[in-house]
Design a protein around this ligand. Structure first.
Ligand code: NAP
Ligand code: MG
Length: 496
């Protein structure tokens, strides 16, 4: 082990041993009811920390702090360039503490250390940097009015206010960053409720935000359960917007809860994203990307390419190559640099994935995988199920595990293929593999999903709007539209 790894290990061990409190108004405080809950290391199935169990009364305090910080604090009134400077500093600090943050994420979430380094630490730092740039560029416009008379009319883009951010367990640090960075860029204040399984990097992020100079109350972190802390946040009358990533079922609950004060809601929900491989595709590249697109992060990716459609002429070869790729992946703990696929996040998720595999193989072919690996830790073999019916659960339901459902097609009719692609309640992401640019463009237009990638693996970019058609969500994250989601437009018209 290198010195820096030893150092990171020691820091993470020390962090885990701490008393974990709630971060409210710039202070670390115990939850009102004084309860805690355990979090686990998914590679070992062992408890690694006890975390404060925030509930409605704690959410109340955190929202009050965020509301004070918005109404009378310096943050929304600060010059955009000052806010930007602080956000750039957050990005630098995330990188400075990168070894420690990555290891902490791996210990708590299970993911490969390399993914934690690249996607959580790198992704978060770059998100803060990208959004820091928008702080100085978001503004309104002057508009010529149509109704007659002499007017000077313009729009203001104002911060929406207090933001409730609720995040899932698949990319804990980067999801928190993806929500906090744009909110802060435009002058909002935030209460974050991280997933109960993976609250630890959010607590560390709170310290980093404070160290970077984010004023007290601007970001508050309340760890706890969705059913109480999460529900209290979504229903709170002083919260102006909820930004949520997670399941479609909880997304619907949030929409209902938000009606009390008609808070704005943006939702990044589930997916069952199709991948189409045409006969002329670069097969080697496609195999690598399809395997990566479903097995990356053990399949716990909202945009995972989980429904594969391959032209009949290359189907058998492609399945064989994919099965080989799946079998060659070394399953193991995220901290082991030789591991190629880590455990699932929890015993519950492991059981859910195994149950979906079991049910998914009825009336279909199990090509490879299907079982848990070992008896400690939450591992599931990379799995491929072929030729399930279009209405079967394995073709319709989000698994959120390393499970690919494969099928073939033998038509060139893009409308027929689009009906297949669009045979889903979801519409988050789609992948097309072809060398024919005309087919690529035509098909991209016919698919009902927020993102289409051609000849490249599933992925996100902080400059590119990301979000769902249909039941994959409301609104977009990233890019200009992603930051504008945290603003509202005011029209001002002056009769001259
Ligand atoms: P989830 O329940 O939707 O969790 C997402 C977040 O919402 C968590 O912080 C959760 O808290 C919170 N939450 C739960 N119930 C809530 C409520 N009534 N009001 C407000 N917040 C609430 O997802 P999950 O249970 O962790 O995973 C279930 C399935 O969701 C997965 O198998 C997968 O299919 C899907 N999922 C999708 C994504 C995505 O990126 N689109 C991410 C994660 C999961 P708790 O942690 O306490 O539940
Ligand atoms: Mg849940």
């Amino acid at each position: 082990m290198t010195t820096s790894q030893n150092d990171a290990n020691a820091k993470v061990d020390a962090f885990l041993k701490r008393r974990h409190q709630l971060f409210i108004g710039g202070q670390w405080v115990d939850p009102v009811e004084g309860e805690t809950f355990p979090v686990y290391d998914p590679a070992l199935g062992q408890e690694i920390a006890q975390v404060a169990k925030g509930k409605a009364a704690d959410i109340d305090k955190a929202v009050a702090a965020a509301s004070r910080a918005f109404e009378s604090g310096p943050w929304p009134k600060m010059s955009p360039s000052e806010r930007a400077r602080i956000l750039f500093r957050v990005a630098d600090l995330i990188e400075q503490y990168g070894d420690e943050l990555a290891l902490l994420e791996t210990r708590n979430q299970g993911k490969l250390l390399a993914i934690a380094r690249f996607a959580e630490v790198g992704g978060s730092a770059e998100h803060f940097r990208y959004m820091a740039g928008w702080a100085t560029k978001v503004g309104g416009e002057t508009i010529p009015m149509n109704g007659g008379g002499d007017w000077h009319a313009y729009t203001l883009r104002e911060p929406i206010g207090v933001v409730g951010a609720i995040t899932p367990w698949n990319f804990p640090l980067s999801m928190a960053s993806q929500k906090i960075a744009p909110a802060l860029a435009v002058g909002c204040t935030v209460v974050l409720k991280p997933a109960e399984n993976t609250p630890l990097t959010a607590l560390r992020l709170a310290e980093i935000l404070q160290e970077a100079g984010v004023p007290d109350g601007v970001v508050n972190v309340v760890t706890g359960f969705g059913s109480d802390a999460g529900a209290a946040l979504t229903a709170h009358p002083l919260v102006d917007k909820i930004t949520f990533t997670g399941s479609t079922a909880v997304g619907k609950t949030i929409v209902h809860a938000a009606t009390g004060n008609m808070k704005k809601v943006s939702l990044e929900l589930g997916g069952k994203s199709p991948v189409f491989v045409f006969a002329d595709a670069d097969i080697d590249k496609a195999v690598e990307a399809v395997a990566g697109g479903i097995f990356f992060n053990s399949g716990q990716v909202c945009a995972a390419g989980s429904r594969l459609y391959v032209h009949a002429s290359i189907y058998d070869n492609m399945l064989k190559a994919l099965a080989g790729a799946a079998q060659s992946l070394k399953v193991g703990p995220g901290v082991d640099p030789t591991s190629q696929i880590g455990p699932l996040v929890s015993a519950k998720q492991q059981a859910a994935v195994l149950a979906m595999i079991e049910e998914g193989t009825h009336g279909a072919d199990l090509i490879t995988g299907g079982k848990r690996v070992g008896d400690t830790g939450y591992y599931v073999e990379p799995t491929i199920i072929a030729n399930a019916g279009p209405q079967s659960k394995i073709m319709q339901d989000e698994v959120f595990g390393p499970v690919l459902a494969a099928n073939s097609f033998d038509t060139d009719d893009l409308d027929v293929l689009a009906r297949e692609a669009n045979n889903s309640i979801y519409g988050l992401f789609a992948n097309i593999w072809t060398k024919d640019v005309s087919v690529a463009h035509q098909f991209a237009r016919k698919i009902k999903s927020g993102t289409v990638r051609v000849n490249a693996m599933v992925g996100l970019d902080n400059a590119l709007p990301f979000g769902g058609y249909k039941q994959s969500g409301w609104g977009r994250e990233s890019g200009r539209v992603g930051v504008e989601e945290f603003t509202q437009v005011k029209s001002v018209a002056i009769q001259l």
